[in-house]
Design a binder for this molecule. Structure first.
Ligand SMILES: Cc1ncc(C[n+]2csc(CCOP(=O)(O)OP(=O)(O)O)c2C)c(N)n1
Length: 378
């Protein structure tokens, strides 16, 4: 169905305010609500749930736009806020890894096959959006609202259309920083012994495209957790430099990890954030990074070295400087979005288990270990 039709139906249902974390399959409604000034992008699905609860407590009708990859983030405020306090909320959630997990990326399989069962276990009313079924679904949502209960409208992939966004057409100037330019410079400077973790979305794809290496852990899914993985690696291997490649949306999703990295990370930890001001991988919806003073944030969190770069002219030196500085380093590149440049995911050529096997071999210097069988017969 058209995005306009979907948004009109939600308006008629009574939705006054919208928040969430974007999914490419909700890009159309997201853009329309954003243009109307009704939408606040939240750092995480859990924060979005609490923000919406605030609107509901204030007597307004709210809706969430989220993907089921973020269901884990919102289960806590669902079970300990909405349900015990009888706060209603319409949650529009796209279904990755469903109905057939084999038709989607591996990181969506476990959640795709269990989303409906989780809702059933929690006794939360829900329905799957069928063609022509929006009116009936929203009637069920109204019934749940009348009983002060949350309601999940589960949206299959591709069920709702997109609308064009202004950012899609922006040309890139010569001196401007972009994701491809930053990642190319970074991958050229990273040493053979360095370990890397790359965040979910286009950044992982770009890193893989520029230079596929055994010592890079391509993290698909687990949005916001690349930094913590990097901290684990860096503390386990203080003799190795560990480079985390992050996005602004992912960094903001679990901002507290920045404090942990700064407090517990050693001189060998370098946290690179490519800040394009948006969730580029899901359609360039704005994040709230535009208001961040990264130098002040990095220092405030306690990173030992903080660098912020805005120009492509000194890119190679800026990358070198950040890699050679004493960590924990926070190294931020403010870039312009380049949504047209997209490359295949690492898992298109290397499965998750193989990514782990070869990464572990690179991290430990030991030969790649075969996975043990799940059940021992001895
Ligand atoms: C918990 C969770 N919520 C939402 C998503 C969907 N998602 C995948 S990539 C992405 C955008 C990441 O934005 P950012 O970190 O700024 O990197 P960019 O895409 O701009 O390079 C989102 C929202 C997800 N994978 N996981």
């Amino acid at each position: 169905m058209e995005a306009e039709e979907f948004v009109e139906a939600l308006r008629a249902y009574g939705v006054e305010r919208v928040t969430g974390v974007p999914c490419g399959h909700l890009a159309g409604p997201w853009t329309l609500f954003e243009e109307e000034g009704r939408l606040v992008p939240a750092a995480s699905e859990g924060a979005a749930t609490a923000l919406a609860a605030g609107w509901e407590l204030a007597g307004q009708t709210a809706a969430l736009l989220v993907q089921n990859s973020g269901f884990g983030n919102l289960i806590n405020p669902l079970t300990s806020l909405l349900l015990p306090y009888d706060i209603p909320l319409l949650v529009v959630m796209t279904m990755r890894g469903w109905p057939d997990p084999a038709q989607d990326e591996p990181q969506h399989a476990a959640m795709g096959t269990s989303t409906v069962r989780l809702l059933e276990n929690l006794d939360v009313p829900h329905t799957v959006l069928e063609p022509g079924g929006l009116e009936a679904a929203l009637a069920a949502a109204s019934e749940a609202r009348a009983q002060n209960r949350p309601f999940f409208l589960l949206v299959p992939r591709g069920a709702i259309g997109k609308v064009p966004r202004a950012v899609d057409q922006q040309p890139v100037e010569d001196g401007e920083l972009t994701r491809p330019r930053v990642v190319a410079a970074l991958m050229a400077a990273v040493g053979d012994d360095d370990l890397m973790v790359t965040t979910t979305g286009y950044l992982s794809r770009q890193a893989h495209h520029e230079k596929d290496r055994d010592g890079t852990f391509y993290m698909q899914g687990s949005m916001g957790h690349a930094g913590a993985i990097g901290l684990g690696l860096a503390t386990a291997h203080p003799e190795r430099r560990v480079v985390v490649l992050d996005g602004d949306g992912a960094f903001l999703m679990h901002l507290g990890t920045g404090s942990t990295m700064a407090a517990a990370g050693g001189a060998n930890l370098v946290h690179v954030v490519v800040d394009n001001g948006c969730y580029e991988s899901t359609g360039c919806q704005a994040t709230t990074s535009g208001d961040i003073d990264w130098a002040a944030l990095g220092e405030g969190l306690g990173y030992r070295t903080v660098t912020v770069s805005r120009s492509a002219r000194s890119l190679s030196e800026d990358v070198r400087q950040a890699l050679d500085a004493k960590g924990p380093v926070l190294c931020v590149f403010r870039v312009v979005p380049t949504p047209g440049e997209v490359h295949p995911r690492a898992t298109a050529s290397t499965g998750p288990a193989d990514i782990v096997r070869r990464f572990r071999a690179a991290a430990t210097g030991a030969p790649a270990r075969e996975r043990r069988p799940a059940v021992s017969t001895s």
